[in-house]
Design a protein around this ligand. Structure first.
Ligand code: ZLS
Ligand code: CA
Ligand code: ZN
Length: 397
């Protein structure tokens, strides 16, 4: 009745455990699991679940998490609670800025909240499940909107991320795939994934992000940061960074994305791709500073999909929940080939419809153009493209 059918010739799976919605970083914290509730509401109300294999994912096991993370850190995450944390580490309460310290990275950005370990193991389990569906060829595109937490390190929480589900999923893919391409369109630099695969040529990491050292988190990812410098290190040149300034618009982003990603795929020949779709690169994001519209953001998904290489799609940042949900619902429709079928007006009857009132119940509100101007000049953009072209020429040899 809504015109949504299973895609022809390929399979899409959706991996999700609604228990992730029950966890809260805290009242004032910008990371709101509510965005996942809204995303699910749109996906189901449009009937997009009927075109996918839908799996309720299971929590990742301790051993699966320890495939990347240090045992002591996994132990810490699995026992820490808001009640026992100060007893275990009194220094957390007495730091100069109050609750900020270097104990496994916990603090204001990465608080210890009730159910933290359940939250982490569930979003990680969904990414691992999704990766396995790609490995055994039961899916061609596998989606986990609750994943994409790209800042987590081996033994450290960072930037709202505790367990690096992307690294865990890539490790799964590497069991069957010789080369994995990672592409990250979150407004923040994908530093945790980059660091994990810094010294290998089996994973190529590409991140597009706002870059302003010392000012914008995490402060890494300049154009010149392309892997280890030593000529014998296999990771040399297998990292691509695309540093951007405020206000980038759909047209500039689309041009840059195509100009970087197409030659990268044609040079590297990945056998699987992981796309992190952080929605904080949209205009009007509470933390971001770009001017992308839902369609501009989605064009990145369409473009990567067009290469027809097994694809793992994960979420990431996104701090204006209703727009995150719009973007990820639209991108789900792209994955199943229904983006031209969906009615841009939201379904008449759906849970939480009121959340979308402000922009008039449309999937595509105007998020670009006027809040801040595009400070990325034509010269900046061409310099990036030249740099990437020269870098890829080094790989070919
Ligand atoms: O990529 O900028 C920082 C670090 C600080 C400033 C903020 N204070 C709290 C800690 C020290 C330098 N952190 C960023 C992290 C951004 C993570 C992005 C994750 C991802 O999208 C993937 C999921 C940051 N930006 C904004 C905040 N933190 C922030 C804003 C508001 C608050 C409330 C809760 C906590 C403290 C007050 C907080 C953090
Ligand atoms: Ca990024
Ligand atoms: Zn982000």
């Amino acid at each position: 009745a809504n015109g949504i059918t299973r895609p022809k010739g390929y399979r899409v799976s959706w991996h999700y455990n609604p228990s992730v919605e029950n966890h809260h970083f805290g009242q004032t914290h910008p990371m709101k699991p509510w965005r996942l509730t809204l995303t699910k509401s749109l996906v189901l109300s449009y009937g997009m679940h009927t075109a996918m294999d839908c799996y309720v994912s299971r929590p990742a096991t301790r051993e699966e998490i320890a495939a990347f993370h240090k045992d002591e850190y996994v132990d810490f995450l699995s026992v820490a609670t808001p009640q026992n944390i100060y007893e275990m580490y009194p220094e957390l309460a007495t730091g100069p800025q109050g609750f900020s310290s270097h104990i496994f990275g916990v603090g204001d950005d990465c608080p210890i909240f009730d159910g933290l370990y359940a939250f982490c193991s569930n979003y990680a389990g969904a990414s691992i499940d999704a990766a396995r569906k790609l490995c055994n060829k039961q899916s061609d595109i596998a989606i986990n909107w609750s994943g994409g937490l790209h800042h987590a390190k081996k033994a450290e929480a960072s930037g709202f991320c505790y367990v690096n589900d992307i690294v865990l999923a890539v490790l799964q893919l590497l069991r069957h795939h010789p080369r994995v391409l990672y592409v990250d369109i979150d407004v923040h630099h994908g530093d945790g994934v980059e660091q994990a695969f810094w010294s290998t040529d089996r994973v190529m990491c590409v991140s597009f992000h706002k870059y302003d050292k010392e000012v914008f988190f995490p402060g890494t990812g300049p154009l010149e940061s392309t892997g280890p410098i030593h000529p014998d290190n296999p990771g040399k040149n297998y990292t691509i960074n695309v540093p951007l300034s405020d206000g980038i618009d759909d047209e500039t982003y689309d041009y840059l994305f195509r100009s970087v990603v197409e030659p990268t795929i044609k040079t590297y020949h990945p056998t699987a791709i992981v796309l992190q779709c952080g929605a904080d690169s949209l205009g009007h994001d509470r933390l971001g500073c770009f001017n992308l519209n839902i369609r501009g953001h989605g064009n990145c998904v369409s473009f990567v999909k067009s290469f027809q290489i097994p694809l793992l799609v994960v979420g990431g940042g996104g701090y204006t929940p209703r727009n995150v949900a719009r973007a990820w619902a639209h991108e789900t429709s792209i994955c199943i080939g229904a983006d031209r079928t969906l009615n841009p007006q939201l379904p008449e009857y759906m849970p939480h419809r009121e959340a979308f009132r402000k922009e008039g119940f449309t999937l595509f509100p105007n998020l670009g153009g006027w809040r801040r101007e595009n400070t990325n000049s034509k010269q900046d953009v061409e310099k990036i493209i030249r740099h990437v072209r020269d870098q890829l020429a080094e790989i070919r040899t």
